[in-house]
Ligand binder design. Structure first.
Ligand code: 9D3
Length: 243
């Protein structure tokens, strides 16, 4: 799968691409990531990427022209009307605080595309015509305010990359992970994990995990996963029927 990141801060992505599963996916050729510096797609002497908002108001707005030119320079990612007939066009995503909430189902769907183009906004916002005419979808990673789209793009890339064929290894993949809703009656979140030492600072590991009763351990983990989900994520728990 190919990612194309359009950003004013291409260096921002150096670290997220250099570690662990994502770095390995790139080394194995399962994932290619190209960054595109938006400054390089400006037309004027001052390389202007933002301008004052029509109608007045605070802050600056990202201009559409540099974004259009960046997309035109990325194969299969020009404006929607132009690439309507193109075979297997790139999926263009605008990261924005106003977008649809990102979740695991979205990550799975996006992992099916050959090429994702991620547009990272800065300033107060992006000219709305980008969302209307250039992007296929507009995505937010959560109900909080970031300073720009780069961190959100890195989060989306990370979540999608680990789902690509051959990236995780079959052992962990798909099975037993938070938000993938595995077996019936399994809690939506993972159970707590412990490793040595068996006691630290007077804080013990649950005894049941130190003995060898694998059925008892399975039962404990199922219960602990539900307990923690109910405590921290009641929104993920089925409603109790009225008594
Ligand atoms: C006056 C309101 N503005 C800021 C307080 C709106 C605003 C502008 C720019 C809010 C956020 C941003 C920058 N954020 C993103 O580009 C962004 C984002 C986010 O802020 N939260 C969750 N997901 C995303 S994806 C892109």
């Amino acid at each position: 799968m190919q990612f194309d990141l359009i950003t004013l801060f291409p260096d921002f992505f150096e670290s997220p691409l250099r570690y662990g599963v994502v770095a390995r996916a790139i080394l194995r050729g399962a994932l290619t990531v190209r960054t595109h510096h938006l400054r390089g797609y400006t037309g004027d002497r001052h390389q202007t990427t933002d301008d004052r908002p029509y109608g007045g108001g605070e802050g600056m707005v990202m201009k559409i022209e540099p974004l259009y030119r960046a997309l035109a320079g990325i194969a299969g990612a020009a404006e929607r009307s132009v690439r309507a007939g193109a075979p297997d066009p790139a999926r263009v995503i605008l990261l924005s605080a106003q977008g649809r909430l990102f979740d695991q189902a979205m990550a799975r769907r996006l992992a099916g595309y050959r090429q994702l183009v991620l547009i990272c906004g800065r300033y107060e916002g992006v000219d709305e015509r980008v969302a209307e005419h250039l992007a296929d979808e507009e995505i937010s990673i959560g109900n909080f305010v970031l300073t720009g789209g780069e961190l959100a793009a890195a989060v989306l890339l990370d979540a999608v990359a680990r789902l690509l064929p051959g990236v995780l290894g079959d052992a962990q993949s798909a099975l037993n992970e938070s938000f993938s809703l595995p077996e019936p009656a399994a809690a939506p979140l993972d159970c707590p994990h412990y490793t040595r030492p068996p006691e630290f600072n007077g804080w013990p590991v649950p005894q049941i995990l130190l003995q060898g009763d694998h059925q008892a351990i399975r039962d404990w983990r199922a219960r602990a996963a539900w307990d923690k989900t109910r405590r921290l994520r009641p929104d993920l728990c089925p409603a109790k029927p009225d008594e």
